[in-house]
Write a new protein. Structure first.
Ligand SMILES: Cc1cc2nc3c(=O)[nH]c(=O)nc-3n(C[C@H](O)[C@H](O)[C@H](O)COP(=O)(O)OP(=O)(O)OC[C@H]3O[C@@H](n4cnc5c(N)ncnc54)[C@H](O)[C@@H]3O)c2cc1C
Length: 426
């Protein structure tokens, strides 16, 4: 395909710059939308329709407060207990351990409070303000019903868990998170169906939720196309440099060229980065959901059961139970017993709930050993920009990631320190 602009120019205008975003998950679509708004000529390529990867089935929480890595000394202490409990929030498929061990060992090196604090300092820039951003994006795209800026409940069945969470949340309040402590009476008023074991709770007042994360991604992709962006359904199989500094993108269906690439292929991004000579230790924390299409109880809020690491999230398609972590790499088949575990536990949270699962799903959270994404220009390939590895909060971090990529692409300096997100930090 002939090039229509000269990539040899030092700073071509957005209108003269073609950008290929690889990946139409919530991160790629946010990047694409932000870039097309700045006037870039953007093509998004994905082997699947938008929002069919990890962004399809998450819990839908716009978790502005979730800027502290989950993996730290507390979780590390609990790992043996978790692994001995088949209904626990973490499981390892032992057959796959040899394959994931190098990534896991690196992760252990980051299980300190000092790292959690450093990471929080970087991550809060990506999480805070996301609900307001999504409210505007969904309204612009003609689907305001998809975003609700409302209280998210985090509930506890022991006072010890509540007190531990109090201390943890106190730290987050410094970054502007608004939290209320709720006693049993206040909690019952908000959520009458909640089981009697849950006598303590926090209402998280910064953030909100989407009622359908997959549809939100699709709606934003449609908005991108309406603004002149191109969506291409194809699998990227090879990436190469051109003599003039651009890229050749080989796909299952042929090839095309672009001046710049944004790599936003979620848990598969390291495979594509490797094609351009960059080794990035990306792993995956697999998670599950179960949809109770007819739960038979009224649930007013998204409810997080912290000790069990899952949310009961009311959505367009029913009550979605979503969460937990399974370490088994990218190739192991889903183990839907993990979805069943959440459905079997939920009657304690919501007595009387009907636990028939209508659909179940597994997704690959993209996770780096230090629980920070890779975000910004590639350390080795000029013109390549990374936007992946947002682990448990990719939905939440989408709008800020898109804004940062658009600013970098324009040659501007974003007003945050991107060094914690560098691709060569390991
Ligand atoms: C159970 C569960 C609950 C979660 N809950 C929340 C939550 O409440 N809030 C929150 O913020 N986050 C949550 N997350 C995390 C969030 O879903 C992810 O961080 C986010 O979806 C990652 O988005 P992404 O765009 O990076 O990846 P994806 O959505 O996986 O998109 C990557 C895309 O790249 C495409 N791709 C990959 N390789 C190629 C290739 N070679 N060629 C073409 N296309 C390719 C894939 O098809 C895919 O569409 C949850 C995750 C899980 C599993």
């Amino acid at each position: 395909m002939p090039l229509t602009n000269s990539r040899a120019q030092p700073a071509p205008s957005p209108a003269d710059t073609t950008v290929c975003v690889i990946g139409a998950g919530i991160v790629g679509v946010n990047c694409a939308l932000a870039l097309v708004k700045e006037g870039f000529r953007v093509t998004v390529v994905d082997r699947a329709p938008p929002g069919e990867g990890c962004s399809f089935g998450n819990a839908g929480i716009l978790a502005e407060w979730s800027f502290v890595p989950i993996f730290g000394p507390d979780v590390l202490k609990s790992v043996p207990k978790y692994l001995l409990d088949p209904t626990g929030p973490l499981t390892i498929r032992w057959r796959h351990l040899p394959h994931i061990l190098p990534w896991l060992l690196r992760m252990l090196g980051f299980a300190s409070v000092a790292h959690q604090r450093r990471a929080a300092e970087a991550m809060h820039h990506l999480t805070m303000g996301c609900s307001e951003a999504y409210e505007a994006l969904a309204a612009e795209a003609g689907a305001p019903e998809l975003v609700r800026r409302e209280r998210i409940l985090q509930v506890y069945d022991s006072e010890a868990d509540f007190k531990k969470a109090e201390a943890d949340l106190a730290y987050r309040i410094r970054y502007g998170v608004k939290v209320e402590a709720l006693d049993r009476k206040a909690l019952s008023d908000l959520e009458p169906a909640l089981g009697p074991d849950f006598r303590w709770a926090h209402g998280l007042l910064a953030g909100g939720r989407t009622t359908n994360p997959g549809r939100l991604t699709k709606v934003l992709a449609e908005a991108f196309v309406k603004r002149g962006g191109t969506l291409k359904r194809d699998e990227v199989r090879g990436l190469g440099r051109l003599a003039d500094g651009g890229f050749r993108i080989a796909t299952a269906g042929g090839y095309f060229e672009a001046d710049r690439i944004v790599l936003a292929a979620g848990a598969f991004s390291h495979k594509l980065a490797a094609m351009l000579g960059e080794r990035i230790p990306l792993g995956t924390e697999r998670g599950y959901h179960a949809i109770l299409a007819d739960p038979g109880v009224q649930v007013n809020h998204a409810i997080g059961w912290k000790a069990r690491a899952f949310y009961a999230s009311p959505m367009e398609m029913g009550l979605r139970l979503a969460g937990t972590v399974e370490l088994a790499g990218l190739d192991a088949a889903p183990d839907y017993a993990r979805a069943r575990v959440m459905a079997d536990l939920v009657p304690r949270l919501l007595p009387g709930v009907k636990t028939e699962i209508e659909t179940q799903w597994m997704g690959f959270r993209p996770t780096l050993p230090d629980s920070l994404p890779v975000l910004g220009p590639s350390a080795v390939t000029p013109g390549l920009f990374h936007a992946f590895g947002h682990q448990h909060v990719g939905l939440t971090c989408g709008p800020a990631t898109g804004r940062i990529i658009a600013r970098l692409m324009k040659g501007e300096t974003p007003n945050l320190d991107l060094s914690p997100f560098r691709s060569d930090r390991f």
